[in-house]
Design a protein around this ligand. Structure first.
Ligand SMILES: Nc1ncnc2c1ncn2[C@@H]1O[C@H](COP(=O)(O)OP(=O)(O)OP(=O)(O)O)[C@@H](O)[C@H]1O
Length: 475
């Protein structure tokens, strides 16, 4: 059994190849032991000036080449011009409104674009600009005169794959780049032979296109995993991701680029094997989430009371836009049906809906036509909608949603990604957890302990106080 995007167990696709079960055996080509790493360099951000993002967090840069000095200006770019990329790409970047690289871009791009290409394992908080870093890497390595797949990017959900594709198309607007999706129900126009240079999709469909030789792997130079810890998780999408990797040519170097806001220890070991000899950018454990997200909790009396509180919050949910995370698809449906019947305007999105419906729902939400989205973990990661200023954990994320053998511990990584749907690129945001019994209270306490960020109580019976606290947090 494996899990789908919502974290539900589903049977493996028929005819799929068996993949190694042991995470320590990810294949043969990548078995070479990594070189000893150089002493890590810890860098502090200079005082923030007019930066859009006031990043005070620290990253640790570890170079695969132990002779090199990670503090060398060679490995930092204060401007996009310094990167030596084409004018067409520079124009694309400036058109997106980016005036200078964000912290992760500043540190990662010189390493990503250097020749010969080196693997990268990059970590930086949600909403800090990782996408542009790997998209620029793909675009700058592609030969636009060659009509063959040259860069592939995998993401855990169709919504995220579509979002990444938009960045590829927008940033590549002044180039001749051609793109293709590898997502379900989105068959390539010419279903026998993909001529596009950059393919973005989900691992199951990507593998299928490769296996059927619709996607020729022989010219692939870059392989990106966004949300890499999730993509490598053995109980989630890991097997399928590994199958994709095993299709890549072994006699030619492929640059492997892994990015995420979280790399839990058990995945990090696998990541090191998946992307051997990688340059690494890591966050300190206590810096996993950005400070611009203020975290609250509400003490609900019981499960039913959670619903009442959510309805009471409705006027606040619609001040900007909000995402409500539930554990189960049927909870998401039930809440949205009830709220709709009571005259509120909400949408629900989860993995049981068909592809066209999912696309329509997220597009409407992105355009601001829906203000409240009730969903599952399917869009917990990566989704970038700047107007979202409130995230509600109607149910806390649990490990047992990811792993049927896990106990009732909270899923800290998923929590960090969920609340990261707000507070994008230095903006303010709020998250609210609903707790309703001893168990959920303890789970939240554990989240507070591990993340080192305070979660402040809001009274459930004083709507005015609630409003005031939340508005203050958003100021
Ligand atoms: N250099 C920049 N200048 C201004 N805005 C930027 C810059 N880089 C990225 N952004 C914007 O910041 C927002 C967040 O970026 P992105 O979605 O890449 O975050 P992320 O680090 O991938 O987050 P997550 O971990 O949630 O996937 C996007 O709206 C993007 O357009």
């Amino acid at each position: 059994m494996q899990k789908d995007e919502d974290g539900f167990f589903v049977p493996a696709p028929s005819g799929s190849q068996a993949a190694p079960k042991d995470p320590s055996e990810p294949g043969k080509a990548e078995e070479a032991p990594p070189k000893p790493a150089a002493a890590p360099a810890t860098l502090e951000e200079p005082p923030a000036g007019t930066d859009l993002i006031k990043s005070t967090f620290e990253v640790t840069v570890t170079l695969a080449d132990q002779q090199a000095d990670p503090n060398s200006p060679l490995y930092s770019a204060k401007t996009f011009e310094e990167l030596g990329i084409s004018d067409d790409l520079l124009k694309g970047i400036y058109d997106m409104g980016f005036s200078k690289p964000s912290k992760i871009q500043e540190r990662a791009l010189p390493l990503l674009l250097a020749n010969p290409p080196m693997n990268m394992i990059g970590q930086s908080q949600s909403g800090t600009g990782k996408t542009a870093a790997f998209v620029l890497t793909m675009l700058s390595r592609v030969d636009f005169n060659l009509h063959k797949p040259q860069a592939i990017c995998l993401a855990p959900s169709r919504e995220l794959a579509r979002q990444i594709m938009n960045v590829v198309i927008t940033m590549g607007k002044y180039t001749a780049v051609q793109t293709e999706y590898a997502i379900k129900d989105h068959l390539p126009r010419d279903a026998s032979n993909i001529t596009a240079q950059i393919i973005v999709g989900n691992p199951g469909t990507m593998f299928d296109l490769m296996r059927r030789k619709v996607l020729d792997v022989n010219h692939i130079k870059v392989f990106v995993l966004d949300e890499a810890d999730n993509m490598l998780d053995q109980d989630g999408l890991g097997d399928q991701t590994l199958r994709v990797k095993n299709q890549l040519p072994r006699n030619k170097p492929v640059q492997i680029v892994l990015f995420s806001a979280t790399f839990p220890d058990h995945v990090r070991n696998f990541a090191n094997k998946f992307a051997p000899n990688a340059n690494k950018i890591e966050l300190q454990k206590e810096e996993l989430s950005v400070d611009s997200i203020r975290q609250f909790y509400m003490d609900c009396k019981n499960e039913e009371h959670k619903y009442d509180i959510l309805v009471m919050l409705y006027s606040l949910l619609t001040v900007g836009q909000s995402i409500i995370f539930c554990k189960r698809r049927d909870t998401a449906d039930r809440i949205s049906q009830r709220m709709t019947a009571e005259g509120h305007k909400v949408a629900s999105l989860h993995g049981a809906k068909d592809a066209a419906e999912r696309d329509a729902i997220i597009d409407r939400f992105r355009e601001g036509r829906e203000k409240v989205l009730i969903t599952t973990n399917v869009i917990a990661r990566g989704i970038d909608i700047l107007q979202v200023n409130l995230v509600v954990n109607y149910d806390l994320p649990m490990m047992n949603e990811r792993d049927k053998f896990a106990d009732e511990r909270p899923d800290i990584e998923t929590y960090i990604h969920r609340i990261g749907r707000t507070g994008r690129f230095g903006r303010k945001g709020i998250s609210i957890n609903f707790v309703h019994d001893q168990k959920t209270w303890k789970q939240m306490e554990m989240i507070e302990q591990v993340t080192g960020k305070q979660i402040v109580r809001i009274e459930t019976d004083d709507i005015d106080e609630m409003e005031e606290k939340m508005k203050k947090a958003l100021k």
